[in-house]
Design a protein around this ligand. Structure first.
Ligand code: ATP
Length: 351
């Protein structure tokens, strides 16, 4: 149960927005569609909502085929980027509006709206008008409005894009807590990888019209399969290597032993800057390099090394430009990119 999308395709004239996309979202999970601008995530969300029809493929919700069912008959509700509210109505009236227009009795609508406002911790604000609320509070009213309809699945299209950076982080945590309290299925679209990692159980990383990788946030972050996903999750230090043993590669920095068998003769591995370790023990040293630049980042520091690699450490370590470091590359720090690219074809143009 939950949501399954099978082989969804969508073209806009010559532009192929989605090509053969499969997706499986479990009931009660927070699932995120993450990807760069234009990759097709909003189109997929709109197809799930019924606001857009797929050219091919099927949308199954809780075991029932909704592919051809109009938006207002689907058990989903959407929170849009611009959560436009009626400025002359109070918070309570804004939340009631959709319920009353669905012919729910006024007293019942007020009851439901109050319960939902309580859930998003806005009970004390029900008499305020939208302009008397902060951005984060407005966002929670939008959420309450969508949740008041008791949808099986809540769809969120970049719901935090109107908030400033600090508020965003706070609202992300609130959103996650509300979802966990409700145990409802949330599907969110975002291009912000930090946001996806903060709120989601699982995610699909999308690149032009296709899903590039799909899994729990930890699986995908720790083991990006290809360069596109690794790049999008801000992995650094891409290194071209050759296999010289089942688990050993020759790199420009020496031979490294890896944690698993290497699936190709030549390919790319990557190691996150924070996984490289300064070593005081020569027997543990995988390479030596000078520190060309120290970048102070407040809660951590970065070093650009003379061999071009980037590393990160806590700021307490007294490292300065010009120092020579012995660097240890732990076996499990090296990520093997299984595929150079994920695309099955040039999907952008319909031919
Ligand atoms: P963003 O993060 O910028 O919102 P997105 O990943 O949500 O991007 P979509 O809005 O789904 O991407 O668009 C996918 C592709 O389809 C893009 O190339 C876009 O230009 C195109 N597209 C989307 N809607 C239409 C439309 N109504 N008519 C023509 N092309 C469209």
């Amino acid at each position: 149960m939950g949501l399954t999308a099978y082989a969804v395709c969508k073209n806009y004239g010559e532009t192929r927005a989605l090509y053969d996309v499969d997706l499986a979202v479990d009931k009660g999970e927070f699932f995120t569609l993450l990807g760069p601008s234009g990759c097709g995530k909003t189109t997929l969300l709109r197809i799930i909502a019924g606001l857009e029809m797929a050219d091919n493929g099927r949308i199954i919700i809780n075991g029932k085929d909704y592919t051809k069912v109009p938006a207002n008959k689907r058990p989903v509700n959407t929170v849009f980027q611009s959560y436009a509210m009626f400025p002359h109505l109070t918070v309570l009236e804004n939340v009631c509006f959709g319920l009353i227009s669905r012919k729910i009795r006024k007293s019942e609508a007020i009851d439901k709206a109050r319960k939902t406002l309580d859930l998003v911790q806005l009970s004390d604000f029900e008499d305020r008008k939208p302009h008397q609320l902060s951005g984060g509070q407005r966002q929670r009213v939008a959420l309450a409005r969508a949740l008041a309809n008791e949808p099986e699945i809540l769809l969120l299209d970049e719901p935090m894009s109107a908030l400033d950076a600090k508020l965003r982080v706070q609202v992300q945590i609130e959103l996650r807590q509300i979802q966990q309290r409700l145990e409802k299925t949330f599907i969110m679209v975002t291009h912000d990888q930090q946001e996806a990692l903060t709120v989601s159980d699982r995610m699909a990383v999308m690149g032009v019209g296709q899903v590039a990788q799909f899994g729990s946030v930890r699986e995908v972050y720790d083991n990006p399969r290809n360069r596109f996903v690794a790049d999008f999750l801000q992995t650094q230090n891409f290194i071209s290597v050759e296999r010289i043993g089942p688990c050993v590669v020759s790199t420009p920095y020496g031979d490294w032993e890896l944690k698993e068998q290497i699936p190709w003769e030549e390919g790319t591995v990557t190691v996150r800057p924070e996984k490289l370790r300064i070593s005081s023990d020569l027997s543990e040293c995988d390479f030596k390099a000078h520190v060309n630049t120290v970048i102070y980042r407040g809660c951590y520091q970065q070093f650009i090394l003379s061999n071009g690699l980037l590393m990160e450490t806590e700021t307490v370590l007294p490292v300065k430009e010009g120092d020579e470091l012995m660097v240890h590359v732990p076996k499990d720090a090296v990520i093997i990119l299984h595929e150079e690219t994920f695309q099955r074809m040039d999907v952008r143009t319909v031919r």
